[in-house]
Design a protein around this ligand. Structure first.
Ligand SMILES: Cc1cc2nc3c(=O)[nH]c(=O)nc-3n(C[C@H](O)[C@H](O)[C@H](O)COP(=O)(O)O)c2cc1C
Length: 284
């Protein structure tokens, strides 16, 4: 791994955010929580792991940190499934040919939204369930996403690397069967966890001028800003290969926006809504 140990937290933040956003962010020398900020600024998804196992107590601690996340109305609608059985994990990974490396991660978790418990609770308390609507599904999905992010932050603080895997939703019926998900419980994303075998890289983001707004939504100059981001990102970390060349040809300049436009030119997981309805959500 690239060592950041010799850099001060201020220098780590400056270096990371310069790559991330192509600009400087002043940090007060006496800024509270500087080490935590440096860790967050340095985030990178990790897809290669050392074989060292994750101690069960550490995994349990990270799950406890993850589920310390805020939760909508204190409903606690997120669950974590640790896929400990390698055969079970392999049966899931077999459906993700582009992501065979998932099998090498020392730990693999699936973060789920769970609307089942609150329905049980209503039944036990003799109350009707009057929230058969999309917002209720979204609350559980957001809870699971926030819990996963808390896990990622906790894991990075403990020196681990992670990579979320929404790819499991490509094989949602298999995942659901393998994990024996009952009605009311659905997978949001998998998460690979392990000690990094490589430093990974800082993935540049759109500038804050595009994604952070003051008082009102504003997309002035959006196209030019995305073009500039494409070029900055390409200079920093060009794509290794182009997507769907059989359909779209080989582009002379292949940036982020071309890649994302190609990705979303074809439906992705169009069957997921039907699966969620089968899991008992009407999404009204
Ligand atoms: C909900 C979610 C699902 C993701 N699913 C996958 C996935 O299936 N496979 C993968 O390799 N990376 C996946 N990622 C990781 C993203 O590709 C990664 O976050 C993005 O490229 C930015 O890189 P960074 O996390 O290193 O900043 C996912 C990330 C999120 C938040």
């Amino acid at each position: 791994m690239t060592s950041t140990a010799e850099k001060s937290p201020q220098e780590q933040i400056a270096a990371a955010l310069r790559i991330r956003y192509g600009t400087d962010f002043p940090v007060a020398p006496d800024q509270t929580g500087i080490d935590g900020l440096a860790r967050i600024a340095n985030h990178r998804s990790i897809r290669r792991y050392r074989p060292d196992p994750l101690a069960p107590d550490l995994l349990r601690l990270l799950c406890a940190c993850a589920l310390s996340a805020p939760t909508k109305s204190d409903l606690q609608q997120a669950d974590i499934i640790h896929v400990a059985d390698p055969d079970r994990r392999q049966r899931i990974v077999a459906h993700l040919p582009d992501m065979a490396w998932i099998a090498d991660a020392p730990a693999f978790l699936v973060f789920c939204g769970n609307n089942r418990r609150i329905r049980h609770i209503g039944g036990w308390r003799g109350k009707p369930f009057a929230n058969e609507h999309l917002d209720h599904f979204m609350n559980a999905a957001v809870d699971a996403g926030i819990a996963m992010m808390n896990f990622i932050s906790a894991a990075e603080a403990a020196g681990l690397g992670t990579c979320p895997i929404s790819g499991i939703r490509n094989a949602v019926d298999t995942v659901s069967r393998e994990l024996e998900l009952p009605e009311g419980v659905f997978p949001v994303a998998g998460l690979c966890v392990g000690y990094p075998a490589s430093a990974g890289h800082i993935s540049p983001r759109l500038p804050l001028e595009v994604t952070v707004h003051t008082d009102r939504y504003d997309e002035t100059g959006l196209r030019e800003k995305v073009d500039a981001y494409d070029r900055r990102r390409h200079d920093n970390h060009p794509y290794g290969k182009q997507r769907r060349t059989a359909l779209f040809g080989t582009a002379e300049f292949y940036g982020w926006s071309e890649d994302k436009a190609r990705q979303y030119a074809e439906p992705e997981r169009a069957d997921f809504g039907a699966y969620i309805r089968r899991q008992g959500f009407s999404l009204k």
